[in-house]
Design a protein around this ligand. Structure first.
Ligand code: TXA
Ligand code: MG
Length: 323
């Protein structure tokens, strides 16, 4: 049972300040956008992002949309080409999400983009979202504010019913005017790929970009695995439930009791804390993804709380690869 949710009216000026403070302190705030309510956390704080997955009860990590107060902020996070600039200038703020290559110095946590080298960005048009993003002063990762498997929330009441006290504050800004999620396009691909139809009609995008490819197209992402979240995996094989490691292996450790002997060890959480482990997962996988290692040996992770999502990602990474 979830207990009373902390719902505050967006019309009270103190609400935005308090919500922004929660976000800067690593907490969770549900807030209205023009599409649906988002479950927001500081995108630069991996532990805060881990809390999003915890609250949603999602048994896997999917890449999240990072929300910005304005277009200019995108420049420090991703590489924008002329095409991206044109689309952003035309449709932002609005119900459109752009997937673009992350900059090397991008401060957004790897957990927010599930370890991918791309980042999904959106500048929402809702005045409450805009005010909150501006007050928080940092990029905010936010999936739809519903528990896993539930329909997307378009009122504060939906959020309260679905997430209750698992979120630190729900900012009530009334019903979302668009009511369906943003359109997602991948602009790191050529031609651009429509990843999710949504609030911005495809035709409006195609008027500027020309025909969009679709996820299943032969010319689309099927031809370039690794682009898609579900295909993210380190280059070297991953061995699950390892209790020891060979001298030519990297060890993905968890907890205080770590076997010696690996070429290099990355401990997800020496204290055995699953939130910390989730926050560090993709950074550790990248760290251990080295050509001189024959494999990554992953110690067992408890299948509880965020452990389920960590294990899901490790199982995918360990699965046999397509050619
Ligand atoms: O309208 C919306 O977009 C709402 C509001 C809150 O902004 N947010 C939302 O987020 O729907 P979420 O996490 O429920 O959906 C994110 C979508 C997923 O389809 C995900 O696969 C895709 O964006 N996505 C995110 N990052 C990606 C990336 N780097 N590459 C490919 N797809 C990505
Ligand atoms: Mg969603």
């Amino acid at each position: 049972m979830s207990h009373a949710a902390n719902v505050r009216p967006a019309s009270d000026p103190a609400t935005i300040d308090a919500a922004a403070r929660i976000l800067r302190d690593g907490g969770l705030v549900a807030f209205p956008t023009e599409t649906v309510y988002g479950l927001g956390a500081d995108a630069t704080n991996a532990q805060a992002v881990a809390r999003i997955f915890e609250a949603k009860g999602r048994p896997s990590f999917n890449p999240l949309i990072v929300h910005l107060a304005d277009v200019a902020e995108a420049e420090s996070l991703v590489h924008l080409d002329a095409r991206a600039r044109e689309v952003a200038a035309r449709f932002w703020p609005g119900p459109l999400t752009l997937v673009l290559p992350r900059r090397a110095d991008c401060p957004v946590s790897l957990l927010a983009s599930a370890g991918l080298d791309t980042l999904a960005l959106r500048v929402p048009g809702h005045p409450v979202a805009h005010a909150l993003l501006q007050a928080a002063g940092r990029p905010i990762a936010a999936p739809s504010a519903n528990a896993s498997g539930r329909i997307s929330p378009t009122t504060a009441r939906h959020v309260a019913t679905s997430l209750g006290s698992r979120v630190d504050m729900i900012v009530d800004g009334g019903a979302c005017p668009v009511g369906i999620e943003s359109t997602v396009i991948d602009l790191s691909a050529e031609p651009p790929i429509l990843l999710r139809p949504g609030g911005l009609p495809r035709e409006e995008l195609e008027a500027i970009l020309g025909p969009l490819a679709e996820k299943g197209d032969a010319a689309g992402p099927a031809g370039s695995p690794g682009r898609l979240a579900s295909h993210y995996a380190p280059g070297c094989p991953l061995r699950l439930n390892a209790t020891r490691a060979e001298p030519d292996e990297g060890l993905l450790a968890f907890g205080p009791d770590v076997p010696a002997g690996a070429a290099v060890t990355c401990n997800l959480s020496p204290s055995g804390d699953l939130r910390e482990a989730a926050a560090r997962l993709f950074a550790c996988l990248h760290e251990l993804d080295r050509p001189e290692l024959t494999a990554i040996a992953a110690m067992p992770i408890p299948e509880e709380g965020l452990g389920a999502a960590i294990n899901d990602r490790l199982r995918r990474a360990a699965a046999p690869r397509d050619a």
